[in-house]
Design a protein around this ligand. Sequence first.
Ligand SMILES: O=C(O)CCC(=O)C(=O)O
Length: 437
Amino acid sequence: MTVEAPGVVAGSVARMGSLERDGWLVGRQVLPVELVRRVRQPLVEALRAEGLVGPSPVGADRVRWTGGIEDARRHRNGSGVTNWYRDELAFLPLVQDGHVRRVVEDLWGRRALLWANTAAFLKVPDVSSPERMEWIGHADGWQNDGIGAPSDHFDLWVPLTDIGSFDGSLAFHTGSHVARAERYPRTSHGVGPAQVADEGWEVAGYSVGDAVLFRPDVVHSSAVNTGLDLRIGVVFRGQVADLPLPPAAGMSWDRTQTMSTTESCVLALLATRPDVGWTRRELNRAFTPPGMIGRYLPLPPPGQLSRSDVLGQAVDMLATRGAITRADRDDQADDGGEHSYSLTETGRQAADEWLAAPTRLVAELMTVVPLRLALARAARSDLAGMVRSQMECLDQLAESAEKGLSDDDEIRQGWRRATVHGCREILTAADSATINR
Ligand SMILES: O=C(O)CCC(=O)C(=O)O
């Protein structure tokens, strides 16, 4: 039994379904097929080199699983996540020029920012993985490391191969994010036709070029792969663009999207010493807990990345954006920093804009605001202007803190008020220090 996905409109971006109501939405042929094939190729090549896949007689957008049972076991008993795909940045052609983000925005109707926690999921045919351990029906948890509600986050699941409904497709419990009750089965035996009929799962088939947008809190599970071909899907995750990217988002490789706080911090740091440049070691030091950035903004490891990975990625991304340049710096040889990084004109402007733009999120008032003040002072930027615009923003935040939000209890209301008040004190102190200088 195949139940079509809610709101499916063949050949166009589907707008009929409601992400709010159903929790998932299908876009048919929304991604350039050639681009999807291009990002599939390195992964298929790697699997082919290991003897795990070959051409499928069924179609050019399928790969036949040729591995054995031990190979299936190695791939987490048939349901494997491959981080290789993320580590090698094999997905870049779909991401770096905004393709994935634009599909999300079209389907969602909201501006979006991608996180870095992309993953590829392999689904080995059931016959090759007798001890298979299914992806248990689940709601995701990654969004809890972010700012905002689950409704502010998304998963975009992109099939890299053609997939029939029971070739390991993705099954959903429609509406389970709203009425989250125990009656939604957290199946541990995999979703097959019987479960679809008995337990109310919905599952559709997909062609290369399709994409599924879903809320991370809707219950989902991969279906049993009853075919002979390997199913490959890749998931992109992210959030709405009106919220700042939290450190847990890592660094997205979409060079068309707004910068993360980590990137902006690096730029503002470089602006404090525009003539000399900063070595990687110096940048690392600035992000440690006693460092110029780290003392205000501790950078927790986002997902599996360490602080230096996040920083390394930020530096690479800034270079890709053309915001910084790298030069050899012989005089720093004994400091272990053979290269130094400096701002380009684009980078300098972005640093100025970030320093000048007021922080609007209460949760960031006691971290990002003092950090921006410290960096603005070190860079001899317009501190007084910055204090003024942030004070105006605090007036608005104080007004909404007084009103309270619908889901606020008294502890949260008190925290909002105290945080706005505390930030005002920091700004007042910084302002009088400016006048006294
Ligand atoms: O593709 C799959 O099999 C599972 C995807 C999934 O569960 C997820 O992205 O959270």
